[in-house]
Ligand binder design. Sequence first.
Ligand code: AHR
Length: 503
Amino acid sequence: MKKARIILDKDFIIGEIDKRIFGSFIEHLGRAVYGGIYEPGHPEADELGFRKDVTELVRKLDVPIVRYPGGNFVSGFNWEDSVGPREARPKRLDLAWFTTETNEVGLHEFADWAGKAGSDLMYAINLGNRGPEQARDIVEYANHPSGSKFSDMRIANGKKDPFGIKLWCLGNEMDGPWQMGQKRAKEYGRVANEAAKMMKWVDPSIEVVACGSSSSEMPTFGAWEMEMLDECYENVDYVSLHRYYANPTGDTPGFLARTMDMDDFIKSVVAVCDAIKGKKHSKHIVNLSFDEWNVWYHSREQDEEIWKQDKWNRALPLLEDIYNFEDALLVGSMLITLLRNADRVKVACLAQLVNVIAPIMTRNGGGAWAQTIYYPFMHASKYGRGTALKTLTDSPVYSCQDYDDVPYIDAVATMDGKGNVTVFAVNRDSKEDYELEIDLRSFGGLSLSEHILLHNDDVRAVNTEEKPDNVVPVAGPGGTVNDGRAIIKLPALSWNTIRFSGK
Ligand code: AHR
């Protein structure tokens, strides 16, 4: 068996983990809302039409915040369409996804659902075909107590108390040519600055996220962040990062190494934020909101076919990636990467939550089940709260097409307020089991309480409605702890949650 070693120290702290790092995302896209969380007439529908089975699966993930209502969708969205009497709400062509948006579910209904799911809202405003004026209007509608046009409109629409939405996205992927109202960096930075100022004048307690590049692969990545932040630095709190990975050639080692890119991406955006801080002689720190991240490629061809046959229908089954076991391993590594950067990544959203590139799938009129990627997210969200610890890892490494020195063992550790320590580890080696030594001496007397393992011999294994338990966590082989040194077995290609409890 191959060996790897981790040294932990309770005083080697990366930072406090902002619980919003375990956020997710629901867009008015495909069957995320209609046929996903909301399906009136379904046997599981509650009094408002929300599926209780889906809400329960979301609750188990413990998602503190959900980004809404888009995504690309938001750049053509009028928030006013989604409030007020349902029968008066307009049907609109959605030019982002070539479907028809009926506005049956809007801000009030979604906020009700989020409450049931145990999540706060992260609301994205439209800076595509709209501007700062409509942005301040929706903040007034959502957050102002009463006595003004939009706050009184909210009250008339049945919500006396403000929604109290604390986190707002200043548009979405505004550098992308696919975006309605695409902008140049300086142009966006100006609009974002004015929107942020006016929104914060309405409610000074809010925080706002400026759009970074829609991916690190954009030719303008870096320059966009510099120019945009130069215009709005003092008035924004976070810069967004979005990244999706794919494995179209079936290269598992190369695919599992993609978090090397994610880590570089994060470090580059931090460097740009801090460079602008220096340039402006500012005391203000802009942190990161990695508000779209996941694997996305399985459904791309299928979507082209759907659009050929069925443009403009409501709730087309778009972006319905069926995730396999190796996707779950990469999602695990992406979570490890976010935790490892917890000093600067304060918000992150697994994109998305239901049906659309999602951990949870449903069938219209049928069941709801957890995809493979559900489990690493659930473990990290449940056990990865508290403080992120520096993890000195000594692991054999490999080379693949894009990277050298990829550690076979990818790991991070967290410590909760009671002194319990959790190590999350992916074994990227497709052939070898590892004996992992974890040096825990500084914690004094930790014992192994649980080893949760996700493994399948077939990297292409998936969960389906008929076989929802094909790829599920089991008790791992565990190991021993002697004199503050744990020896744990990590099977080849596995996601591991190793929990140690204090005295
Ligand atoms: O999450 C799906 C889409 O991916 C979002 O709408 C967009 O922001 C990104 O390009």
